[in-house]
Write a protein that binds this ligand. Structure first.
Ligand SMILES: NC(=O)c1ccc[n+]([C@@H]2O[C@H](COP(=O)([O-])OP(=O)(O)OC[C@H]3O[C@@H](n4cnc5c(N)ncnc54)[C@H](O)[C@@H]3O)[C@@H](O)[C@H]2O)c1
Length: 392
């Protein structure tokens, strides 16, 4: 068991405000992901001497009291500002619906806490930039977005092979989130609405896979997309397809669907000397990755590519581990700032391209663009219909 004083890999004595003590964490939103993923990850790092959970917040007073009682968290709150004032946590885990992320992240940053915020980060690029403007400039606090599929041994190994061009240049890629959600799933009134979900499967389901694709392949340069509302009674799309060109020249197809009975999450990248493929559903371990060399690749070189190292599955825990290490060093964590914004920008561009029948280039959606402040871009046929228009 390591403690902050004896962390492996550190030869220097720890310094900074967190030296020699645990990171004091608070969980905001005690629903499915808060109790199912954030608390277990925080508890695991607590066993390693890194963290302690000091408080939980939820608008449901009974639920948060019960949650704290059952899990041994000392302080239950229904008011975020009061919790921040009284507990002064170092880290705040935001596990609430996306429309709350902007205000809650800003409140935590202003109180001096680092933030680990669930995906989708915020509903729009304007919201993201407003949050980023509240981050510290030198050594934090920073807000990192939960993109757990970037973490673990498989993605680390493949990212390194791609960065080193070990398999040659990446040329062709496929990024697929083809899932199935039935009518009952969309019967809940907040689902499939721009105001409450922020978007359809591109935003709510495919964001993880697109984020991983961008993490592996680097910046994209242009996108052409189509979206459809083929089955469900929703405001948003229920399927989208896109063609994406990357700065490195690679061309990719991206499919985000909730209409696909055989569910799969897949990324496939054909490089000059090998195809690398990830096939999974909600998370991956080494066994979910496959690297198939081109015929001319020498056997010993191809064998070296198969060495993914000790199996560390993608998980909230792995991302949190890195985040806490960044906090101790006072360094910007991965998946924050510009690095946490990439998939949100691609999604905004995908919607703009699909709804305006145009090619959208990276960086073009900024202040003054209707897609900067609304993912539907106020485009008739996609933007929500105002109540008075419905009754007219
Ligand atoms: N990373 C992943 O793989 C993953 C998986 C599932 C969900 N999520 C994301 O996690 C977030 C939460 O999803 P969930 O499935 O846990 O939802 P949920 O509905 O189960 O839980 C949300 C909780 O937030 C609470 N809440 C609502 N308003 C609040 C407020 N103003 N202050 C404090 N608490 C408030 C609710 O009472 C509820 O307990 C969403 O952004 C979702 O997209 C991420």
């Amino acid at each position: 068991m390591s403690t902050p004083e004896t962390r492996p890999g550190t030869s220097q004595p720890p310094s900074g405000p967190l030296a020699g003590r645990r990171v004091r964490a608070a969980i905001i939103g005690t629903g499915a992901i808060g109790r199912g993923s954030h608390l277990p990850a925080l508890n695991r790092l607590a066993e390693e001497g890194e963290t302690e959970v000091v408080a939980a917040v939820d608008i449901d007073a009974i639920a948060v009291e019960e949650f704290c009682e059952q899990t041994g968290i000392p302080h239950a709150y229904t008011d975020l500002d009061r919790m921040l004032e009284e507990q002064r946590p170092d880290l705040v885990s935001i596990c609430t619906p996306p429309t709350l992320h902007r205000a809650q992240t800003i409140a935590a940053l202003r109180a001096g806490a680092w933030v680990w915020c669930e995906k989708p980060p915020v509903p729009t690029l304007a919201d993201y930039d407003a949050v980023e403007a509240e981050e510290g400039t030198e050594s934090g606090p920073y807000a990192s977005i939960v993109f757990q599929h970037r973490f673990g041994s498989g993605s680390r190994h493949v990212r390194r092979l791609l960065a080193e061009r070990a398999m040659g240049r990446p040329l062709v890629a496929h990024c697929q989130t083809t899932w199935y959600r039935d009518t009952a799933y969309y019967a809940v009134p907040w689902r499939g609405r721009w105001a409450t979900e922020g978007g359809g499967p591109a935003m709510g389901h495919g964001i993880h896979q697109m984020d991983l694709l961008l993490d592996l392949l680097g910046p994209w340069s242009e996108v052409r997309a189509m979206a459809g509302r083929l089955v469900h009674d929703v405001e948003t799309e229920d399927v989208s397809t896109a063609l994406v060109r990357f700065e490195n020249g690679a061309l990719a197809t991206v499919v985000n669907s909730v209409l696909s009975p055989e569910e799969v999450s897949r990324i496939r990248i054909d490089c000059e000397r090998a195809t690398v493929e990830l096939t999974h559903l909600y998370g991956h371990s080494n066994a979910n990755w496959r690297i198939v060399p081109a015929p001319e690749v020498p056997g010993d070189e191809a064998a070296a590519w198969q060495d993914f190292g000790a199996d560390v599955p993608s998980s909230h825990l792995e991302q949190l581990r890195e985040l806490v290490a960044s906090m101790r060093k006072g360094e910007r964590p991965r998946s924050s700032g510009a690095d946490g914004r990439t998939s949100l920008e691609l999604i905004a561009a995908l919607y703009k391209s699909a709804f305006t029948d145009s090619t959208v280039r990276a960086g073009e959606i900024g202040p003054g663009d209707s897609f900067y402040t609304a993912m539907h871009g106020n485009v008739p046929g996609w933007a929500p219909v105002a109540a008075e228009e419905v009754s007219a």
